[in-house]
Write a protein of this length. Sequence first.
Length: 215
Amino acid sequence: MLRSTIKDNLPGVAKLCRTLAACLLFLGIFWVSQASVKADIITFEADPIGIFPNGSQSVHSNLVRFSASGGGTLIIIEDFGVNQVLGTRGLAVFGSNADLIIEFAVPVTSLSLWFGNDDLSSTVPGDTAILQVSFEDEFVDEIFVLLNRDDIMNQQISFSGATITRARFRFSQDLFLAETVDNIEFTPIPEPTTVALLGIGIVGVVARIRRRNPR
């Protein structure tokens, strides 16, 4: 009688195992998806100090390239004890009317950066920091933050809520003022190939479960 009862319940046990396997698979997919949207941050702490007239790419991420518009120059600078960077190094843009250009290798859904070097003698009340973002060549949004004019890197400008691939940062009064930025944080979207590989893996696992546990 006991043996017959166990035999009768085997299909139910197999079905339960398939259900548990599907739940574990779902949890794995959820964990991967959460990890994939984790924000990246560029601090410039490991980048070499120097001048980069043709643009640069931080060692912290291969998804971002920096350049300067209008013939400007990028410089990785040290902190000289005046809190113009966070940590020991930051990125500065030198040149008359030169803006910082940030280009992403993959679309991103958020961007923020800290900025400073807004000294009192080179600015006037009402001057702002401006972050303009776009997707490819299509304008998306423009964000303004009022400068506190204290010459310290203690302000942040951010964008989120849409997909972008490019950003431009500048001060409204930048004729002779170098924009200094640090701790650039962004959230990349997983590449299509990564999503496709994940889908293929899911199909393979489900097929294996079905082969091992036929109805």
